[in-house]
Design a binder for this molecule. Structure first.
Ligand SMILES: Nc1ncnc2c1ncn2[C@@H]1O[C@H](COP(=O)(O)OP(=O)(O)OP(=O)(O)O)[C@@H](O)[C@H]1O
Ligand SMILES: [Mg+2]
Length: 368
């Protein structure tokens, strides 16, 4: 078990490619931290820096308080699991699992004990004599996990370990890795570009974009209090809806006006502070698909904010995703399938102002 701390860590590659901007991150002992972000945002670079497979351009890495800059990977007590399992094709599963330990001159009886224990935890005890070519994708991934497990490292690093598996197996392996974490209580850093994987697996999620850490928080906080537009849009499926507009004082009240809406949105008194400190009055309202609902008949006219025509209904079982054409843009609403909406019909949607996020219209950081 170990804490990992990164202080102003950055990485540039030749040709002026800044893969990682100076970033600071503290990973608690025993945490399961997920690094998530789109392709090219620097996730693997950050992981490889922790592992010692890349040398940082600036900044420091500490594991359990010890500075790791310049320490070779094999001396960092870290095990890494990659997307391409990197198994030795000519060796049996047993030998693949044992190999790293043999290289470290660990006694044979201890190696045997650790290999059999890891195989039992991962449910691959019956394939120890087989070669990797005679395994299913899921079994190969378990062997790759097992190779990390037998090392009993301070920190596990995973770089998209499930992306070669089909959807069902991915969900199964996801829960197995979470159980493994619950059992070992080791520090684990897990890279994915899949926001569902990030939300379901992480104690904490670190959202990255263009080499920067945008937010480091619990999954629920990331979902309920995204720091900016990018985080709000990246986390959540289907994606959040955005409406451009302006924040204005009308009488003594703060309102959000948008030509996307039929009515002005009246904001609470508590929002005024953020409004007055904002450099511009242009703003962006974000509302998640599950927070759009049909107003009751009695209040329909006053509460109807967005009107549109249903373009497409995606039935997902208990819920459906409506794709709504407002005349200005397409938006998505998540509704109970029992509502029986059909393409071509016109609907009006409302939402609770407390469910909406407001971002400044310049840097798109969340105002309130
Ligand atoms: N060895 C290298 N030399 C030059 N540029 C590199 C090198 N490795 C990575 N990069 C660049 O650094 C940036 C970050 O790459 P990185 O592999 O960390 O992204 P990632 O978030 O892991 O993406 P993906 O989800 O596609 O794996 C990219 O622009 C990439 O092209
Ligand atoms: Mg990567």
């Amino acid at each position: 078990m170990a804490q990992v701390s990164l202080h102003n860590l950055s990485k540039s590659f030749a040709g002026n490619i800044q893969a990682l901007q100076p970033c600071t991150l503290h990973i608690e002992d025993g945490a399961f931290v997920v690094l998530v972000g789109p392709s090219g945002c620097g996730k693997s670079t950050l992981l490889r820096l922790i592992a010692g497979l890349e040398e940082s351009t600036s900044g420091d890495i500490f594991i359990d308080g010890a500075r790791m800059n310049g320490v070779p990977p094999k001396s960092r007590d870290i095990a890494m699991v990659f997307q391409n399992y990197a198994l030795y094709p000519h060796m049996s599963v047993y030998k693949n699992l044992a190999f790293g330990l043999t290289m470290r001159s660990i006694p044979k009886n201890i190696i045997d004990e650790r290999v059999r224990e890891a195989a039992s935890i991962l449910g691959i005890s019956d394939v120890l004599d087989r070669k990797p070519a005679a395994l299913s994708g899921g079994q190969r991934q378990r062997v790759a996990l097992g190779r990390a497990l037998v090392r009993n490292p301070k920190v596990f690093l995973f770089d998209e370990p499930l992306s070669n598996l089909d959807a069902k197996l991915r969900v199964q392996m996801r829960t197995e890795i979470m159980r493994l974490h619950g059992r070992l209580k080791s520090t684990m850093v897990y890279v994915t570009h899949d926001q569902t994987e990030a939300m379901t697996m992480g104690d904490r999620i670190v959202v990255m974009h263009q080499g920067k850490i945008l937010q480091d928080d619990t999954p629920l906080t990331i979902y309920q209090q995204p720091a900016n537009r990018f985080v709000a849009e990246f986390i959540g499926s289907p994606a959040i809806n955005f409406f451009p507009g302006t924040l204005e004082i009308s009488g003594s009240a703060l309102v959000f006006k948008s030509d996307h809406f039929l009515n002005n949105i009246h904001l609470p008194e508590s929002a005024k502070g953020a409004f007055f400190s904002s450099a511009s009055n242009s703003a962006l309202l974000g509302i998640r698909p599950e927070h759009l609902h049909v107003p009751t008949e009695a209040t329909a006219e006053k509460e109807c904010f967005v009107q549109g025509t249903i373009d497409l209904v995606e039935m997902l079982g208990p819920e459906s995703i409506l794709h709504l054409d407002t005349g200005k843009q397409m938006i998505r609403a998540r509704v109970p399938s029992s509502c029986n909406y059909s393409s071509g019909s016109s609907v009006c949607f409302s939402f609770q102002v407390s469910d909406a996020f407001f971002f400044d219209g310049v840097h798109f950081n969340r105002l309130f």
